[in-house]
Design a binder for this molecule. Structure first.
Ligand code: DGY
Length: 323
Protein backbone atom coordinates (compact mmCIF):
# COMPACT_ATOMS: atom_id res chain seq x y z
CA UNK A 1 0.00 0.00 0.00
CA UNK A 2 1.39 3.41 -0.90
CA UNK A 3 2.23 5.65 2.01
CA UNK A 4 0.72 9.05 2.55
CA UNK A 5 2.92 11.81 1.14
CA UNK A 6 3.85 14.63 3.53
CA UNK A 7 5.61 17.85 2.62
CA UNK A 8 7.91 19.32 5.28
CA UNK A 9 8.52 22.82 4.03
CA UNK A 10 11.65 23.71 6.03
CA UNK A 11 14.28 22.44 8.42
CA UNK A 12 12.78 20.69 11.45
CA UNK A 13 14.45 18.96 14.39
CA UNK A 14 15.44 15.39 13.47
CA UNK A 15 13.20 13.62 16.01
CA UNK A 16 10.13 14.90 14.17
CA UNK A 17 11.47 13.84 10.83
CA UNK A 18 12.26 10.36 12.10
CA UNK A 19 8.72 9.99 13.40
CA UNK A 20 7.23 11.15 10.12
CA UNK A 21 9.47 8.84 8.12
CA UNK A 22 8.32 5.83 10.12
CA UNK A 23 4.72 6.44 9.05
CA UNK A 24 4.70 8.44 5.83
CA UNK A 25 6.58 9.23 2.66
CA UNK A 26 8.28 12.52 3.42
CA UNK A 27 9.13 15.21 0.90
CA UNK A 28 11.64 17.06 3.09
CA UNK A 29 12.91 20.49 2.05
CA UNK A 30 15.91 20.68 4.33
CA UNK A 31 16.48 24.41 4.11
CA UNK A 32 15.90 27.39 6.37
CA UNK A 33 14.67 29.54 3.49
CA UNK A 34 11.62 27.48 2.70
CA UNK A 35 10.00 27.32 -0.69
CA UNK A 36 9.18 30.23 -2.95
CA UNK A 37 5.49 30.54 -3.72
CA UNK A 38 5.65 28.66 -7.05
CA UNK A 39 7.76 25.86 -5.63
CA UNK A 40 5.44 25.53 -2.63
CA UNK A 41 2.42 25.37 -4.93
CA UNK A 42 4.12 22.68 -6.99
CA UNK A 43 5.26 20.67 -3.97
CA UNK A 44 1.78 20.75 -2.39
CA UNK A 45 0.08 19.48 -5.54
CA UNK A 46 0.80 15.84 -4.71
CA UNK A 47 0.85 15.94 -0.89
CA UNK A 48 -1.85 14.81 1.52
CA UNK A 49 -0.35 16.63 4.49
CA UNK A 50 2.07 19.47 5.08
CA UNK A 51 4.20 20.35 8.09
CA UNK A 52 4.72 24.08 7.78
CA UNK A 53 5.99 26.99 9.84
CA UNK A 54 4.80 30.50 10.53
CA UNK A 55 6.97 31.76 7.69
CA UNK A 56 4.87 29.75 5.18
CA UNK A 57 1.82 31.66 4.00
CA UNK A 58 -0.95 29.17 3.20
CA UNK A 59 -3.89 30.93 1.57
CA UNK A 60 -6.96 29.99 -0.46
CA UNK A 61 -5.19 30.17 -3.85
CA UNK A 62 -2.51 27.80 -2.65
CA UNK A 63 -5.13 25.42 -1.29
CA UNK A 64 -6.96 25.45 -4.63
CA UNK A 65 -3.80 24.15 -6.25
CA UNK A 66 -3.46 21.33 -3.69
CA UNK A 67 -6.31 18.90 -4.44
CA UNK A 68 -4.85 16.06 -2.35
CA UNK A 69 -4.20 18.14 0.77
CA UNK A 70 -6.13 17.02 3.88
CA UNK A 71 -3.99 18.18 6.80
CA UNK A 72 -1.91 21.26 7.61
CA UNK A 73 0.26 20.87 10.73
CA UNK A 74 1.67 24.26 11.68
CA UNK A 75 4.79 24.21 13.87
CA UNK A 76 3.60 27.12 16.02
CA UNK A 77 0.80 27.92 18.40
CA UNK A 78 -0.17 30.95 16.30
CA UNK A 79 -1.69 30.17 12.92
CA UNK A 80 -2.34 33.56 11.37
CA UNK A 81 -0.14 32.42 8.45
CA UNK A 82 -2.91 30.03 7.41
CA UNK A 83 -6.33 30.86 6.03
CA UNK A 84 -8.10 28.46 8.37
CA UNK A 85 -11.55 29.37 7.01
CA UNK A 86 -10.47 28.49 3.47
CA UNK A 87 -8.90 25.24 4.68
CA UNK A 88 -11.98 24.21 6.66
CA UNK A 89 -14.24 25.01 3.71
CA UNK A 90 -12.15 22.57 1.65
CA UNK A 91 -12.28 19.85 4.31
CA UNK A 92 -8.66 20.37 5.29
CA UNK A 93 -7.78 19.99 8.97
CA UNK A 94 -5.38 22.54 10.51
CA UNK A 95 -3.40 21.84 13.69
CA UNK A 96 -1.03 23.89 15.86
CA UNK A 97 1.36 23.23 18.74
CA UNK A 98 -0.10 24.67 21.94
CA UNK A 99 1.18 23.97 25.43
CA UNK A 100 4.76 23.00 24.74
CA UNK A 101 6.00 26.56 24.24
CA UNK A 102 4.06 28.20 27.05
CA UNK A 103 6.86 28.39 29.61
CA UNK A 104 9.62 29.37 27.16
CA UNK A 105 7.53 32.18 25.74
CA UNK A 106 6.58 33.41 29.20
CA UNK A 107 10.27 33.36 30.14
CA UNK A 108 11.06 35.57 27.19
CA UNK A 109 8.19 37.95 27.90
CA UNK A 110 9.63 38.36 31.37
CA UNK A 111 13.15 38.76 30.02
CA UNK A 112 11.89 41.62 27.82
CA UNK A 113 9.97 43.16 30.70
CA UNK A 114 13.08 43.16 32.89
CA UNK A 115 15.32 44.32 30.06
CA UNK A 116 13.10 47.28 29.18
CA UNK A 117 12.36 48.19 32.79
CA UNK A 118 16.00 48.07 33.89
CA UNK A 119 17.45 49.40 30.62
CA UNK A 120 19.55 46.26 30.13
CA UNK A 121 20.10 46.59 26.38
CA UNK A 122 20.88 50.27 26.58
CA UNK A 123 23.30 49.76 29.49
CA UNK A 124 25.10 46.94 27.73
CA UNK A 125 25.47 48.95 24.52
CA UNK A 126 26.80 51.85 26.57
CA UNK A 127 29.38 49.68 28.34
CA UNK A 128 30.52 48.00 25.11
CA UNK A 129 30.98 51.44 23.57
CA UNK A 130 33.60 52.13 26.25
CA UNK A 131 31.60 54.80 28.06
CA UNK A 132 31.93 53.48 31.64
CA UNK A 133 34.17 55.70 33.78
CA UNK A 134 32.84 55.21 37.32
CA UNK A 135 29.89 54.14 39.44
CA UNK A 136 27.45 57.05 39.64
CA UNK A 137 24.42 57.48 41.85
CA UNK A 138 22.04 58.13 38.94
CA UNK A 139 23.75 56.12 36.23
CA UNK A 140 21.28 54.30 33.96
CA UNK A 141 18.55 54.18 36.55
CA UNK A 142 15.50 52.29 35.34
CA UNK A 143 12.05 51.38 36.55
CA UNK A 144 11.36 49.00 39.40
CA UNK A 145 9.83 45.75 38.32
CA UNK A 146 9.16 44.30 41.77
CA UNK A 147 5.96 45.73 43.16
CA UNK A 148 4.94 47.26 39.82
CA UNK A 149 1.55 46.66 38.18
CA UNK A 150 1.49 44.24 35.28
CA UNK A 151 -1.41 44.28 32.82
CA UNK A 152 -1.81 41.07 30.83
CA UNK A 153 -3.91 41.33 27.71
CA UNK A 154 -5.01 37.82 26.71
CA UNK A 155 -5.04 35.37 29.60
CA UNK A 156 -4.57 32.05 27.82
CA UNK A 157 -1.80 29.61 28.65
CA UNK A 158 1.07 32.03 28.04
CA UNK A 159 -0.61 34.98 29.76
CA UNK A 160 -1.17 32.78 32.82
CA UNK A 161 2.44 31.62 32.79
CA UNK A 162 3.55 35.26 32.74
CA UNK A 163 1.23 35.98 35.68
CA UNK A 164 2.88 33.15 37.65
CA UNK A 165 6.29 34.69 37.08
CA UNK A 166 4.96 38.10 38.15
CA UNK A 167 3.99 36.72 41.55
CA UNK A 168 7.67 36.03 42.23
CA UNK A 169 8.31 39.72 41.65
CA UNK A 170 5.49 40.77 43.98
CA UNK A 171 3.75 42.50 41.07
CA UNK A 172 0.11 43.41 41.10
CA UNK A 173 -1.41 41.49 38.18
CA UNK A 174 -4.39 42.81 36.24
CA UNK A 175 -5.71 41.06 33.19
CA UNK A 176 -8.25 41.37 30.44
CA UNK A 177 -9.31 38.49 28.26
CA UNK A 178 -12.27 37.37 26.17
CA UNK A 179 -13.33 35.20 29.07
CA UNK A 180 -12.83 35.81 32.75
CA UNK A 181 -10.97 32.97 34.46
CA UNK A 182 -12.65 30.88 37.16
CA UNK A 183 -12.26 32.47 40.57
CA UNK A 184 -10.03 29.63 41.79
CA UNK A 185 -7.57 30.24 38.93
CA UNK A 186 -7.61 33.98 39.54
CA UNK A 187 -6.82 33.31 43.18
CA UNK A 188 -4.03 30.90 42.31
CA UNK A 189 -2.49 33.43 39.90
CA UNK A 190 -3.18 36.42 42.12
CA UNK A 191 -4.69 38.11 39.05
CA UNK A 192 -7.65 40.50 38.87
CA UNK A 193 -9.97 40.82 35.85
CA UNK A 194 -10.41 44.44 34.70
CA UNK A 195 -11.71 46.21 31.61
CA UNK A 196 -9.25 46.97 28.82
CA UNK A 197 -9.42 50.66 29.67
CA UNK A 198 -8.67 49.99 33.35
CA UNK A 199 -5.76 47.77 32.39
CA UNK A 200 -4.18 50.38 30.11
CA UNK A 201 -4.67 53.12 32.66
CA UNK A 202 -3.24 51.26 35.66
CA UNK A 203 -0.41 49.09 34.33
CA UNK A 204 3.28 49.92 34.57
CA UNK A 205 3.93 47.10 32.11
CA UNK A 206 1.42 45.80 29.55
CA UNK A 207 2.19 42.38 28.11
CA UNK A 208 0.32 41.17 25.02
CA UNK A 209 -0.76 37.54 24.70
CA UNK A 210 -3.52 37.68 22.10
CA UNK A 211 -3.85 35.67 18.91
CA UNK A 212 -3.68 37.70 15.70
CA UNK A 213 -6.95 37.65 13.79
CA UNK A 214 -9.34 40.09 12.17
CA UNK A 215 -10.60 41.26 15.56
CA UNK A 216 -7.19 41.89 17.14
CA UNK A 217 -5.14 43.20 14.19
CA UNK A 218 -3.98 46.73 14.96
CA UNK A 219 -5.95 46.67 18.21
CA UNK A 220 -3.13 48.40 20.10
CA UNK A 221 -3.15 51.77 18.38
CA UNK A 222 -2.85 55.44 19.24
CA UNK A 223 -6.00 55.43 21.37
CA UNK A 224 -4.86 52.50 23.52
CA UNK A 225 -1.32 53.84 23.87
CA UNK A 226 -2.70 57.20 24.92
CA UNK A 227 -4.56 55.48 27.75
CA UNK A 228 -1.28 54.12 29.13
CA UNK A 229 0.84 55.98 31.67
CA UNK A 230 3.78 57.89 30.24
CA UNK A 231 5.97 55.84 32.60
CA UNK A 232 4.64 52.50 31.30
CA UNK A 233 6.23 49.95 28.95
CA UNK A 234 4.65 47.68 26.34
CA UNK A 235 5.83 44.10 25.90
CA UNK A 236 4.88 42.09 22.81
CA UNK A 237 5.82 38.44 22.37
CA UNK A 238 2.57 37.54 20.57
CA UNK A 239 2.29 38.94 17.02
CA UNK A 240 3.56 42.20 15.58
CA UNK A 241 0.30 42.81 13.73
CA UNK A 242 -1.49 43.47 17.03
CA UNK A 243 0.25 46.80 17.35
CA UNK A 244 0.12 49.86 15.12
CA UNK A 245 3.86 50.44 14.66
CA UNK A 246 3.44 54.08 13.63
CA UNK A 247 1.46 54.87 16.76
CA UNK A 248 3.91 53.01 18.99
CA UNK A 249 6.91 54.75 17.47
CA UNK A 250 5.25 58.14 17.90
CA UNK A 251 4.44 57.40 21.56
CA UNK A 252 8.01 56.26 22.26
CA UNK A 253 9.53 59.26 20.50
CA UNK A 254 7.22 61.77 22.15
CA UNK A 255 7.72 60.22 25.58
CA UNK A 256 4.05 59.44 26.11
CA UNK A 257 5.19 55.84 26.62
CA UNK A 258 8.40 55.00 28.46
CA UNK A 259 9.54 51.89 26.61
CA UNK A 260 8.77 48.76 24.63
CA UNK A 261 10.10 45.23 24.44
CA UNK A 262 9.30 43.66 21.09
CA UNK A 263 9.95 40.11 19.96
CA UNK A 264 7.54 40.28 17.04
CA UNK A 265 6.90 42.68 14.15
CA UNK A 266 4.13 43.12 11.59
CA UNK A 267 6.21 42.25 8.50
CA UNK A 268 9.03 40.05 9.81
CA UNK A 269 11.93 40.08 9.25
CA UNK A 270 11.47 43.78 8.53
CA UNK A 271 11.83 46.03 11.55
CA UNK A 272 10.78 49.64 11.20
CA UNK A 273 14.11 51.53 11.16
CA UNK A 274 12.56 54.06 13.55
CA UNK A 275 12.92 51.51 16.36
CA UNK A 276 16.64 51.12 15.76
CA UNK A 277 17.21 54.75 16.67
CA UNK A 278 15.51 54.48 20.03
CA UNK A 279 17.29 53.55 23.27
CA UNK A 280 14.04 52.80 25.10
CA UNK A 281 13.14 49.71 23.07
CA UNK A 282 14.51 46.20 23.26
CA UNK A 283 14.22 44.36 19.95
CA UNK A 284 14.44 40.60 19.44
CA UNK A 285 14.05 38.46 16.30
CA UNK A 286 10.93 36.42 17.26
CA UNK A 287 12.69 34.07 19.66
CA UNK A 288 9.93 33.63 22.25
CA UNK A 289 9.91 29.85 22.02
CA UNK A 290 13.54 29.51 20.99
CA UNK A 291 15.10 26.85 23.17
CA UNK A 292 16.19 23.60 21.56
CA UNK A 293 13.98 21.57 23.90
CA UNK A 294 10.88 23.65 23.16
CA UNK A 295 11.43 23.85 19.44
CA UNK A 296 12.02 20.09 19.32
CA UNK A 297 8.75 19.52 21.18
CA UNK A 298 6.94 21.83 18.75
CA UNK A 299 8.26 19.89 15.74
CA UNK A 300 7.35 16.59 17.39
CA UNK A 301 3.85 17.75 18.19
CA UNK A 302 3.24 18.71 14.56
CA UNK A 303 4.59 15.33 13.42
CA UNK A 304 2.38 13.54 15.96
CA UNK A 305 -0.69 15.29 14.55
CA UNK A 306 0.21 13.99 11.09
CA UNK A 307 0.76 10.47 12.41
CA UNK A 308 -2.58 10.49 14.25
CA UNK A 309 -4.29 11.51 11.05
CA UNK A 310 -2.49 8.83 8.99
CA UNK A 311 -3.61 6.22 11.51
CA UNK A 312 -7.19 7.37 11.23
CA UNK A 313 -7.28 8.56 14.83
CA UNK A 314 -8.95 11.75 16.03
CA UNK A 315 -6.47 14.46 15.11
CA UNK A 316 -5.39 16.35 18.22
CA UNK A 317 -4.85 20.11 18.40
CA UNK A 318 -7.18 21.05 15.59
CA UNK A 319 -7.78 24.78 15.23
CA UNK A 320 -10.99 26.42 14.10
CA UNK A 321 -12.86 23.63 15.89
CA UNK A 322 -14.49 24.18 19.29
CA UNK A 323 -13.66 21.73 22.04
C1 DGY B 1 4.22 30.56 17.87
O1 DGY B 1 4.32 29.36 18.16
O2 DGY B 1 3.20 31.04 17.42
C2 DGY B 1 5.41 31.43 18.12
O3 DGY B 1 5.25 32.70 17.63
C3 DGY B 1 6.67 30.79 17.60
O4 DGY B 1 7.03 29.93 18.59
Amino acid sequence: MSRCRVLVTRYVYPAALELLRRHTEVDYRDSRDGLARDALTEALRSCAAVVCQLTDRIDADLLDAAPELRLIANVAVGYDNIDVGAATARGIVVTNTPGVLTESTADLAFALLLAVGRRVGEAERWLRAGNWRQWEIDLLCGREVHGATLGILGMGRIGQAVARRARGFAMEVLYHSRRQLPESTERELGARFVTRAELFAAADFVSLHLPLDATTRGSIGAAELRQMKSTACLINTARGGLVDDGALLAALREGTLAGAGLDVFPAEPEVDPGYLELENVVLLPHIGSASVATRTRMCLLAAESVVAWVRGEVVPRQVGVEG
